[in-house]
Design a protein around this ligand. Structure first.
Ligand code: MN3
Length: 201
Protein backbone atom coordinates (compact mmCIF):
# COMPACT_ATOMS: atom_id res chain seq x y z
CA UNK A 1 0.00 0.00 0.00
CA UNK A 2 1.18 3.50 -0.80
CA UNK A 3 2.00 6.02 1.94
CA UNK A 4 -1.12 7.60 3.40
CA UNK A 5 -1.63 11.13 4.67
CA UNK A 6 -2.53 10.75 8.35
CA UNK A 7 -5.63 12.62 9.47
CA UNK A 8 -5.01 15.74 11.51
CA UNK A 9 -5.48 14.44 15.08
CA UNK A 10 -7.54 17.52 16.12
CA UNK A 11 -9.61 20.29 14.52
CA UNK A 12 -7.99 22.88 12.25
CA UNK A 13 -8.54 25.54 14.90
CA UNK A 14 -7.24 23.45 17.81
CA UNK A 15 -3.83 25.13 17.99
CA UNK A 16 -5.17 28.71 18.00
CA UNK A 17 -4.04 31.33 18.77
CA UNK A 18 -0.46 30.04 18.47
CA UNK A 19 -0.92 28.37 15.11
CA UNK A 20 -3.78 29.80 13.13
CA UNK A 21 -6.58 27.81 11.52
CA UNK A 22 -5.76 28.74 7.93
CA UNK A 23 -2.08 27.84 8.29
CA UNK A 24 -2.93 24.50 9.91
CA UNK A 25 -5.41 23.72 7.14
CA UNK A 26 -2.97 24.57 4.32
CA UNK A 27 -0.02 22.98 6.10
CA UNK A 28 -1.80 19.65 6.51
CA UNK A 29 -4.16 19.49 3.52
CA UNK A 30 -1.79 21.01 0.95
CA UNK A 31 1.84 20.79 2.08
CA UNK A 32 1.77 17.48 3.95
CA UNK A 33 -0.57 16.04 1.32
CA UNK A 34 1.83 17.08 -1.47
CA UNK A 35 4.85 15.49 0.22
CA UNK A 36 2.80 12.31 0.53
CA UNK A 37 1.70 12.34 -3.12
CA UNK A 38 5.18 13.13 -4.43
CA UNK A 39 6.78 10.43 -2.26
CA UNK A 40 4.32 7.91 -3.70
CA UNK A 41 4.91 9.15 -7.23
CA UNK A 42 8.69 8.89 -6.81
CA UNK A 43 8.39 5.26 -5.71
CA UNK A 44 5.96 4.19 -8.42
CA UNK A 45 8.70 2.29 -10.29
CA UNK A 46 9.91 0.68 -7.05
CA UNK A 47 6.72 -0.37 -5.25
CA UNK A 48 8.64 -2.65 -2.87
CA UNK A 49 9.37 0.53 -0.87
CA UNK A 50 5.64 1.04 -0.24
CA UNK A 51 5.82 -1.87 2.20
CA UNK A 52 8.61 -0.28 4.25
CA UNK A 53 8.29 2.16 7.11
CA UNK A 54 9.30 5.64 6.06
CA UNK A 55 11.74 5.77 8.99
CA UNK A 56 13.55 2.70 7.64
CA UNK A 57 13.80 4.17 4.14
CA UNK A 58 15.24 7.46 5.45
CA UNK A 59 17.66 5.68 7.77
CA UNK A 60 19.52 4.33 4.76
CA UNK A 61 18.89 6.35 1.62
CA UNK A 62 21.70 4.50 -0.17
CA UNK A 63 19.24 1.61 -0.61
CA UNK A 64 16.93 3.85 -2.63
CA UNK A 65 17.64 3.72 -6.39
CA UNK A 66 19.69 6.70 -7.46
CA UNK A 67 17.18 8.07 -9.97
CA UNK A 68 14.60 8.71 -7.24
CA UNK A 69 16.87 9.15 -4.23
CA UNK A 70 16.69 12.95 -4.24
CA UNK A 71 12.90 12.92 -4.50
CA UNK A 72 12.62 10.39 -1.66
CA UNK A 73 15.03 12.40 0.49
CA UNK A 74 12.93 15.56 -0.04
CA UNK A 75 9.37 14.23 -0.11
CA UNK A 76 9.96 11.24 2.15
CA UNK A 77 11.57 13.59 4.64
CA UNK A 78 8.67 16.02 4.30
CA UNK A 79 6.18 13.19 4.75
CA UNK A 80 7.87 11.80 7.85
CA UNK A 81 8.60 15.16 9.48
CA UNK A 82 5.00 16.29 9.18
CA UNK A 83 3.79 12.98 10.61
CA UNK A 84 5.90 13.92 13.64
CA UNK A 85 4.83 17.56 13.54
CA UNK A 86 1.06 17.06 13.96
CA UNK A 87 1.43 14.40 16.63
CA UNK A 88 3.74 16.48 18.83
CA UNK A 89 1.01 19.10 19.42
CA UNK A 90 -2.38 19.31 20.99
CA UNK A 91 -4.84 21.90 22.21
CA UNK A 92 -4.28 23.03 25.79
CA UNK A 93 -0.79 21.52 25.93
CA UNK A 94 2.52 23.28 26.56
CA UNK A 95 4.19 23.34 29.94
CA UNK A 96 7.22 21.18 30.57
CA UNK A 97 8.12 17.52 30.25
CA UNK A 98 8.27 15.29 33.31
CA UNK A 99 9.98 12.04 34.19
CA UNK A 100 12.95 10.57 32.34
CA UNK A 101 12.84 13.10 29.49
CA UNK A 102 12.88 16.04 31.92
CA UNK A 103 15.81 14.47 33.72
CA UNK A 104 17.74 13.94 30.49
CA UNK A 105 17.11 17.56 29.44
CA UNK A 106 18.39 18.83 32.79
CA UNK A 107 21.46 16.61 32.68
CA UNK A 108 22.45 17.21 29.06
CA UNK A 109 21.16 20.69 28.28
CA UNK A 110 21.33 22.33 31.71
CA UNK A 111 17.64 22.99 32.38
CA UNK A 112 14.36 23.24 30.53
CA UNK A 113 14.85 27.00 30.18
CA UNK A 114 18.30 26.55 28.71
CA UNK A 115 17.06 23.81 26.35
CA UNK A 116 14.30 26.14 25.15
CA UNK A 117 16.79 28.92 24.58
CA UNK A 118 19.10 26.63 22.58
CA UNK A 119 16.37 25.16 20.39
CA UNK A 120 14.89 28.63 19.78
CA UNK A 121 18.31 29.98 18.80
CA UNK A 122 18.84 27.06 16.40
CA UNK A 123 15.39 27.57 14.84
CA UNK A 124 15.66 31.34 14.52
CA UNK A 125 19.25 31.18 13.28
CA UNK A 126 18.68 28.58 10.55
CA UNK A 127 19.19 30.21 7.16
CA UNK A 128 16.44 29.45 4.66
CA UNK A 129 14.03 26.54 4.94
CA UNK A 130 14.52 23.64 7.29
CA UNK A 131 13.99 22.30 10.77
CA UNK A 132 15.50 22.59 14.23
CA UNK A 133 15.45 19.37 16.23
CA UNK A 134 15.75 17.76 19.60
CA UNK A 135 16.95 14.23 18.89
CA UNK A 136 18.67 11.31 20.56
CA UNK A 137 21.96 10.02 19.21
CA UNK A 138 22.93 6.36 18.93
CA UNK A 139 24.11 6.40 22.54
CA UNK A 140 20.78 7.82 23.72
CA UNK A 141 22.17 11.29 24.41
CA UNK A 142 20.00 14.33 23.65
CA UNK A 143 21.26 16.61 20.87
CA UNK A 144 20.03 19.82 19.30
CA UNK A 145 20.65 20.20 15.57
CA UNK A 146 19.26 21.71 12.41
CA UNK A 147 18.69 20.25 8.97
CA UNK A 148 18.17 22.16 5.72
CA UNK A 149 15.09 21.59 3.56
CA UNK A 150 13.56 18.20 4.47
CA UNK A 151 16.82 16.44 5.25
CA UNK A 152 16.16 14.17 8.19
CA UNK A 153 18.06 13.67 11.44
CA UNK A 154 17.12 10.03 11.02
CA UNK A 155 19.44 9.87 7.95
CA UNK A 156 22.26 11.01 10.27
CA UNK A 157 21.75 8.24 12.80
CA UNK A 158 19.62 10.35 15.14
CA UNK A 159 16.10 9.74 16.43
CA UNK A 160 14.08 12.95 16.24
CA UNK A 161 11.93 13.67 19.29
CA UNK A 162 10.70 17.22 18.67
CA UNK A 163 10.96 19.33 15.51
CA UNK A 164 10.50 23.01 14.78
CA UNK A 165 9.40 23.53 11.18
CA UNK A 166 10.79 26.88 10.10
CA UNK A 167 9.73 26.71 6.48
CA UNK A 168 7.80 29.91 5.81
CA UNK A 169 4.66 27.88 5.05
CA UNK A 170 4.58 26.98 8.76
CA UNK A 171 4.19 30.57 9.96
CA UNK A 172 4.13 33.26 7.30
CA UNK A 173 0.36 33.89 7.18
CA UNK A 174 0.23 34.76 10.86
CA UNK A 175 3.75 35.84 11.73
CA UNK A 176 5.13 37.07 8.37
CA UNK A 177 8.87 37.64 8.81
CA UNK A 178 8.71 37.33 12.62
CA UNK A 179 10.00 33.77 12.83
CA UNK A 180 11.11 34.41 16.42
CA UNK A 181 7.50 35.06 17.50
CA UNK A 182 6.36 31.83 15.87
CA UNK A 183 9.15 29.90 17.56
CA UNK A 184 8.20 31.40 20.94
CA UNK A 185 4.52 30.51 20.37
CA UNK A 186 5.39 26.93 19.35
CA UNK A 187 6.04 25.89 22.98
CA UNK A 188 2.43 26.56 23.99
CA UNK A 189 1.10 23.61 22.01
CA UNK A 190 3.81 20.98 22.54
CA UNK A 191 2.36 17.73 23.87
CA UNK A 192 5.14 16.52 26.17
CA UNK A 193 3.46 13.19 26.78
CA UNK A 194 3.62 12.49 23.03
CA UNK A 195 7.25 13.67 22.83
CA UNK A 196 8.23 11.57 25.86
CA UNK A 197 6.82 8.46 24.11
CA UNK A 198 9.48 8.93 21.39
CA UNK A 199 12.21 9.13 24.01
CA UNK A 200 14.08 5.94 24.87
CA UNK A 201 15.32 6.28 28.43
MN1 MN3 B 1 6.00 22.17 6.97
Amino acid sequence: MTFQLPDLPYDYNALEPYMDTKTTELHHDKHHATYTAKLNAALEKYPQFYDMKIEDILKDLSKVPEDVRGAVRNHGGGYYHHNLWWTQFGPGKGGEPTGALAKAIDETLGSFASFKEKLNAAAVGLFGSGWAWLSQDAGGKLVISTTPNQDSPISQGLVPLLGVDVWEHAYYLKYQNRRNEFVDAFWNVVDWVAVAKRFQA
